[in-house]
Ligand binder design. Structure first.
Ligand SMILES: [Zn+2]
Length: 361
């Protein structure tokens, strides 16, 4: 049995618990202050916290990140805390950089997006050039993002989704919606037109603690895709590449690849791993999104659409507002012991496996 006290009920508790676990493990701590305001009733400010272990000049780095998608950090935070609690001696020549809540606003406000309404995992691209078009999303946007959240609007939304799935298929719907879009700042999976605070902060952390390493293993912790409690290591490298083969050696058959069509995720642009490769400057990089499944895609999507409407048009302090916030929390963090047990056990196991792999390499 894992110690489920690694999970926290909200962002402030998670931040405090992470800092305590880092200090207890002998880590140095840094924090980065987010300029947005915390929700009513939350003590303290919104910060991204970084725990650092091992020699600063070590050539190999284990980099772990939680909360790229805000509310998904309930799981990521617990995995980082559980990993810290079980940590013994580090392999020689390895250091650890644990980033807690890179999108603290999303975690605290129970949102997947940043304070700019941006999907951080679509924001890491070249903002000086043209942004990718997504015509299929353009057509769906008016029905998916209505001004009102009432029976006619919901019926129209349902009709539009059903129609699209009927003409294409369910994965095609997921692909066009989740791929990211850059033309509707009020829409879902909006990638933004400039780097967000979380993007700049993550790059700052990379500059300070990752650039210069010869070998980097990056694990980005997520929830919301796949079967309830199932783990998937979504790799950036194709299965036939050296990086892809090493991932299979380390993690076995939970490794998948969107480009090879074996993942529950569609291919994406602007993902956070891109910044790690850019900061690595020729180093050997293994990078993966560790995804834990929660509920069916349509249920998760519905929660995201409702939350998008709520923050644009609704009242958080109303019965409907509270219902929507409870739903998005549940859809990305099933607060049930069986789910938490599987996620924490597997998550910590994967981080330990990654650390051992780095030490062997
Ligand atoms: Zn995610």
């Amino acid at each position: 049995m894992s110690d489920l006290s690694a999970f926290s009920p909200d962002y402030p508790a998670a931040r405090d618990k992470f800092r305590d676990a880092a200090r207890a493990a002998g880590a140095a701590l840094e924090d980065f202050l987010n300029p947005a305001k915390p929700p009513p009733g939350h003590d303290g400010e919104l910060t991204t916290d970084v725990a650092l272990l091992g020699p600063r000049d070590a050539g190999r780095v284990l980099l772990v990140n939680s909360g790229t998608h805000g509310v998904e950090a309930f799981a990521g935070s617990a995995i980082e805390i559980g990993f810290l609690a079980g940590l013994s001696a580090l392999p020689n020549g390895v250091r650890i950089v644990l980033v807690h809540a890179i999108n603290p606003h999303g975690f605290a406000w129970l949102r997947r997006v940043t304070e700019e309404n941006v999907d951080l995992n679509r924001n890491f691209l070249d903002h000086d050039g043209p942004h990718p078009a997504n015509d299929a999303y353009d057509a769906l946007h008016p029905a998916l993002c209505p001004d009102r959240w009432d029976a006619p609007a919901l019926a129209e939304m349902e009709r539009t989704i059903e129609d699209y799935v009927h003409k294409n298929d369910a994965f095609a719907l997921q692909a066009v919606v989740t791929r990211g879009q850059y033309d509707h700042p009020d829409g879902i999976f909006y990638g933004g037109k400039r780097p967000t605070w979380s993007n700049s902060t993550f790059r700052d952390i990379l500059d300070r603690h990752v650039t210069g390493a010869r070998r980097i293993a990056f694990v980005d912790l997520h929830t919301g895709l796949g079967g309830y409690g199932d783990a998937e290591m979504i790799g950036g490298a194709g299965p036939a590449t050296p990086g892809g083969r090493r991932m299979r050696d380390w993690y076995g058959d939970i490794v998948t690849s969107p480009s090879a069509g074996t993942s529950s995720s569609a291919p994406l642009v602007g993902v956070i791993a891109r910044s790690v490769r850019e900061a690595a400057r020729g180093a050997d990089v293994i990078s993966a999104t560790l995804e834990f499944g929660t509920y069916p895609v349509r249920d998760v999507l519905h929660a995201l659409l409702a939350d998008n409407w709520l923050h644009a048009h609704g009242d958080l302090d109303s019965p409907l507002g509270r219902e929507i916030k409870a739903d998005i929390r549940k859809r990305l963090f099933p607060d049930e012991d069986d789910w938490k047990e599987r996620v924490l056990t597997k998550g910590v196991e994967i981080l330990n496996r990654t650390l051992a792999g780095l030490g062997d390499a």
